[in-house]
Design a protein around this ligand. Structure first.
Ligand SMILES: Nc1ncnc2c1ncn2[C@@H]1O[C@H](COP(=O)(O)OP(=O)(O)OP(=O)(O)O)[C@@H](O)[C@H]1O
Ligand SMILES: [Mg+2]
Length: 335
């Protein structure tokens, strides 16, 4: 292993083009993110073909900018880590194909990273004191799961959502309330102005005794409340609804992570994914007495390339390099 090991991370699984250069385990030399949120918000969600075109436009200029900022030449890299799935096929192909080409031209090894393992590493970037075993709560746009990290590379899925992911629930709730896309940050902002006890939304599966989530019923309950106000010709109390909805989602996540702590005896919890940026969840996780929580920096809750570089570099040090081609897999799941 060279004294200084440089990893180029590339993330293009959905609508964010991310590029980062990592020195050794976790020193971030530079990180770039080109968000497409403004491009997609007028459609109310991500348009896959459009996302792929934007990655094509953005990726190589970002790689060049990152190398310039880090004063590194492509040939001096030790590893390229690229997200290979899960995600949108068109978006993944742009990242993987670009990474393959760069790896061949520069003669640098390439490793494919599972996007979820990437999220799992996001809180570790700043947490030198977090070592396995720990529990990982991944709460993103497409996933809500609790994973037991026995060792890096040794993961056990303890439970997940039966239907919608937490981020998806926020986005759907925002649509019901007529808020802009993506809904999570909007609900977070408005909830701060509302009363979380104004509406008593049911906390899904709270007493099921299983590590599992369900958020689709919560959206229906919200829709029911909105309709009541509409039918009565009354103004919709958006702030109170946001605060009460956010409380129900947060209570569900907190109750199940506490259950996982109880069942495993592991008192260390790392959260990640877009919903880990949520103020109420961050506050609740940090206030828990039964476990200690680690959270990613706000900018690394949603998709980014630093987490991909770190997961790729960690996997590489565990000897996971076949030398074979990296193939995009939109349905890749188990990590
Ligand atoms: N402050 C916030 N509060 C609640 N939800 C949030 C907040 N910020 C972002 N989100 C939600 O996080 C989601 C995006 O997160 P992320 O980028 O990790 O998901 P994704 O990459 O689309 O999904 P996956 O990683 O599962 O493929 C969106 O659903 C968004 O509404
Ligand atoms: Mg993601």
């Amino acid at each position: 292993m060279p004294e200084n090991f440089f990893t180029l991370g590339i993330e293009t699984s959905c609508d964010d083009t991310g590029v980062a250069i990592l020195k050794n385990d976790r020193e971030v030399l530079c990180e770039y993110l080109s968000s497409q949120i403004k491009d997609h918000s007028r459609f109310g969600g991500v348009v896959p073909e459009f996302a792929a075109r934007k990655h094509l436009e953005n990726l190589l200029p970002l790689v060049n900018a990152a190398l310039n900022e880090a004063y590194i030449k492509g040939r001096d890299l030790n590893l390229i880590a690229v997200t290979r799935g899960p995600g949108l096929m068109g978006s993944l192909i742009i990242g993987v194909q670009t990474a393959l080409a760069l790896s061949q031209v520069w003669n640098v090894p390439l490793i494919g990273v599972n996007h979820l393992e990437g999220h799992l590493f996001a809180p570790l970037v700043e947490a030198e004191d977090l070592e396995p075993p720990f529990l990982s709560l991944i709460v993103s746009g497409g996933h809500t799961e609790i994973i037991k990290v026995e060792a890096f590379g040794k993961y056990e899925l303890l439970g997940q959502t039966r239907d919608d992911a937490a981020g998806e629930a926020y986005d759907k709730a925002a649509r019901v309330l007529g808020l802009k896309y993506p809904g999570g940050p909007e609900i977070d902002r408005l909830a701060k102005l509302g009363n979380s006890k104004a509406f008593n939304f049911p906390v899904p599966l709270k007493n099921s005794g299983e590590i599992e989530f369900s958020f689709s019923g919560l959206k229906t309950a919200l829709l029911g409340q909105v309709k009541k106000f509409q039918e009565a010709g009354q103004e919709i109390p958006v702030e109170d609804l946001c605060a009460s909805f956010e409380k129900a989602v947060t209570d569900s996540l907190i109750s199940k992570i506490n259950l996982a702590v109880k069942l495993t005896g592991i008192k260390r919890v790392a959260a990640s994914g877009g919903v880990s940026a949520n103020s109420a969840l961050r506050e609740a996780l940090s206030a828990q007495k039964n476990f200690k929580a680690w959270l990613p920096a706000l900018k690394r809750c949603t998709d980014n390339a630093v987490m991909i570089a770190m997961a790729g570099r960690n996997s590489w040090t565990r000897g996971n390099f076949s030398g074979g081609p990296v193939v995009p897999d939109p349905a890749l799941h188990e990590i």
